[in-house]
Design a protein around this ligand. Sequence first.
Ligand code: UDP
Length: 484
Amino acid sequence: AISNNNHHALLLVSPGIGHIIPALELAKRLVTHKIISKLTFFYGSIKTSTPSKAETQILQSAIKENLFDLIQLPPIDLSIHVSPHDTLETKLAIIMHEIPLLFMSTISTMNLNPTMIITDFFFSQVIPLAKNLNLPIFAFAPTNAWVIALSLQCPTLDKEIEGEYSIESKPISIPGCKSVHPLDLIPMLRDRTQRVYHEFVGVCEGAALADGIFVNTFHELEPKTLEALGSGHIITKVPVYPVGPLVRDQRGPNGSNEGKIGDVFEWLDKQEEESVVYVSLGSGYTMSFEEMKEMALGLELSGNKFVWSVRSPVTKAGTGNYFTAGEEGGIGTTLESNNEPSFPDEFYRIQTNGIVITDWAPQLDILKHPSIGGFVSHCGWNSLIESVSCGVPIIGLPLFAEQMMNATMLMEEVGNAIRVEVSPSTNMREELSKAIRKIMDTDDKEGCVMRERAKELKQLAERAWFHDSPSYLALSKITHSNGV
Ligand code: UDP
């Protein structure tokens, strides 16, 4: 066996801020807690005209810290495989397939002498490819255990269930866990005629061959699911370890409007405790003009003070564009363009009651501020786990990917969130304002229970991560694998 101090891990990370942020945090903890002595961080990238400024800054600040080496894999040229109008899922299928191959060919030309590989769950197809290296291989899932339980059940569901899931289908059962309502299903799994479906089943088959899977959650958040996953036979034999919350402990890059960010905190300092909602739909979603109008009207109707982190709207339907910064509607265009952004009138009208940030927001610092009492979130897992860690209850507005499952889980199992239904038949401004009032109104009984639960979770989250804590010990298992 190699002593712990000689461990060198290669960590393979997906493009997209929602993957890079928690992976950097994982890498930092592995090294600073001396679980391993050396780590090389490989991040995939997409060939685009403009890289996302936020992503570049986050990576650059990690380089400055000098805790580990960062290596960018040769950028993938998506245009060879797909047209710009293809869906995010189609692009994802290419990325899931190509990056493991690229990683293998890149490391074969380097003299790295790794003792283990950790891959983003999305790239679990690297696990069978790397078998002949005879190293322990782990997957890191920057999501929750329920989503991983569904993923690990996928190859079985693929064999046992025929045809597509429709809205009328029965809930999808996962042994030992909460069932998944077909409406909440990850879009990748909805349509078996699509390449992404088969690619994702391949990913899940690959993950089942890992020596362990690390998930950004903690025991008290998902006790039942973690028990089902941990029992070693109900869903899969792979050990699944909760290593969360992996949340940054320092200020992130603030983009170019450093001065304005100062104003946000000055303004927050003047507000009453827990009286402000923070609104953000994540790093990659650009709202349509209409959606933005509804959001503004919903905030206005709620009468609540707010801090709104927003990108300039697009004229067509809103888009989630995580891997193609710089393309039309991508985060690169909205964060970096100097074109006059055109916002709906309602957006300007409501600003007497709040603050808007049109650049990268220091989300974690905002959530930590005592004036923040609720978070209107798209339910990306990083946002949720950050909100949990800060004790802030959530008004969930799930949009795509696994966000619907995340929202349902928090609302029905964890009890710190309310979900706003977004559909063409609902009156979004009305629903949003009702949900905000429920969470923020100190006289609302249900809201009160959710706020209390959020505070309780904050304490539990604090207990999950320090030396000898449950998540530290779970992560330390990385050096106890049979393979080493
Ligand atoms: N984030 C931020 N400022 C912004 C937008 C996002 O700091 O203006 C961070 C947020 O704190 C989180 C990540 O970006 O860590 C977004 O990840 P999440 O999983 O919530 O959503 P995604 O962007 O992947 O949809």
